[in-house]
Write a protein that binds this ligand. Structure first.
Ligand SMILES: Cc1ncc(COP(=O)(O)O)c(C=O)c1O
Length: 456
């Protein structure tokens, strides 16, 4: 109880201090093109929050560095001490339209004033249907589609596993080494980016097999090993794939690889499930990453950027696959009306120019990082599409050191995979902000390289 009281106290002090300090307006914050650090990091208020948090929250939460956000505008985020950061994370590819986009906030306000909730699983909620219709219209498949709405990415994955098994009557599912699909039992079983996600949790979901991903699969492991030695293809319900691996290190598969999976699925009546929770919603410069390769999945999964930060996910499937009956699947909160309002505004903004901006500024960022790679031997690889960019280093230690050096300079980036730093900024980022991000990243790499030379 005492610890809880401390957290509330810390928050109240913060609000009061923020007002007194005369913090920048939303527009002023959004227009900033560089970080502004006014305290050491973490600052005194951030330290107080972190100490209070450490007493009451689950120690399983994998905090990356001591960043304590208080408010955000566009690509900039202010912490509880008034330090302003350039956010190249977008809260891990979630705040797609930028922090607190006025159109999204307005849609949320309006809906919140009308109806906070009614379960669409049990009754008819107009905005739930509107959101499904919007998703079905943009789905990366020519056939008619239908959607099931969830609260998160992991629930969308669970829905896909259930639908695939239910529709095909088959039990096996294939996923890929390096994949991340979530932390509930089915999605955790599909996940194979790190053994830490499985440690201590077995037995996992039966019937899941893994194959090498992309360039690691030059000799068709699924056919050569799985179909031949383990399970006949007529027992496989689905292949679940991230078109670009996210948490596993922002890995882009070679051209033709996804099309090969599509062809394999067609040949054996297997459903191709594209997990676009991280890569979808315009982030790669197209609405869906699969569009870069002209591949149509049978089921597409979305989450993260779909509602600019409100909790929402979706499983969108070809309409003819939705053969399950009433009661087979549902959710109390999935497709909550406020989250749906945010999603409708988000989809409009993405289609209205933000996906194009992701392609344009993403291209600029990618080119800048490739130039940096030529100058900086610490950088081993630069890859990505649009605003989904990975920079690989020689080791996880180096990647972590660069991540922390960026934080100390006021830029937020995050490790992914074994030794990669991901950049997934809000899709409203402009060139000037991206250029600042590039120079901070270069300085951070130089600092880590110099420390390495001094320590050698
Ligand atoms: C590709 C992918 N699928 C699923 C998930 C799980 O989403 P959530 O954390 O919303 O459950 C994630 C989260 O990082 C993801 O990147």
């Amino acid at each position: 109880m005492e610890a809880e009281h401390d957290v509330v106290e810390a928050e109240l002090t913060l609000h009061a201090a923020g007002d007194a300090a005369g913090t920048p307006s939303y527009d002023q914050l959004a227009a900033m093109t560089a970080p502004r650090l006014v305290t050491e990091l973490p600052g005194p208020r951030a330290r107080a929050v972190i100490e209070a948090d450490a007493r009451v929250t689950s120690p399983s939460l994998p905090r990356a560095y001591p960043f304590v956000p208080a408010r955000g505008a566009g690509t900039m985020v202010e912490d509880v001490d008034g330090n302003v950061f350039l956010d190249l994370n977008a809260a891990i590819a979630v705040c797609s339209t930028g922090h607190a986009h006025p159109k999204v906030v307005e849609a949320i306000r309006e809906q919140a004033g009308k109806l906070l909730h009614y379960s669409a699983s049990d009754f008819y909620l107009p905005i739930y249907g509107e959101t499904c219709a919007a998703l079905d219209r943009i789905a990366p498949m020519r056939a008619d589609a239908r959607s099931f709405l969830t609260n998160s990415g992991t629930e969308a994955v669970e829905a896909a596993i259930k639908l695939a098994r239910h529709h095909t009557g088959r039990q096996y599912v294939i996923a890929f080494l390096g994949a991340f699909h979530g932390r509930s039992y089915g999605s955790m079983t599909l996940t194979a980016s790190s053994a830490k996600y499985h440690e201590g949790f077995g037995p996992l979901l039966p019937g899941v097999l893994h194959a090498p991903y992309g360039a690691d699969d030059p000799d068709r492991y699924i056919e050569r090993v799985i179909f031949k030695r383990l399970v006949k293809p007529n027992e496989i319900a689905a292949i679940v794939v991230e078109p670009i691996q996210g948490e596993g290190g922002y890995v882009v598969p070679p051209d033709g690889w996804l099309a090969g999976l599509r062809e394999l699925c067609d040949r054996h009546g297997i459903l191709l499930v594209a997990d676009e929770v991280q890569s979808g919603m315009g982030r790669t410069g197209r609405m869906w990453a699969v569009e870069h390769w002209g591949v149509e999945p049978d089921i597409v999964l979305s989450g993260k950027g779909i509602a600019s930060g409100m909790p929402l996910g979706a499983m969108t499937a070809r309409a003819d696959l939705m053969t399950w009956g009433a009661g087979a699947h549902g959710s109390t909160y999935g497709g909550n009306p406020v989250a749906c309002a945010a999603a409708l505004a988000t989809i409009d903004l993405i289609r209205g120019g933000l996906a194009d901006n992701a392609a344009e500024v993403g291209g600029f960022l990618l080119a800048g990082l490739r130039e940096l790679q030529r100058r900086q031997p610490l950088v081993r690889d630069v890859r990505g599409l649009g605003l989904m960019i990975g920079v690989e280093f020689e080791s996880g230690e180096v990647a972590d050191a660069v991540e922390h050096a960026c934080f100390r300079r006021g830029a937020l980036v995050l490790r992914a995979g074994d030794a990669t730093i991901r950049m997934s900024p809000p899709m409203v980022i402009d060139r000037e902000q991206a250029a600042t991000g590039l120079s901070i990243f270069e300085e951070a790499c130089a600092e880590v390289a110099a420390a390495g030379r001094a320590g050698a």
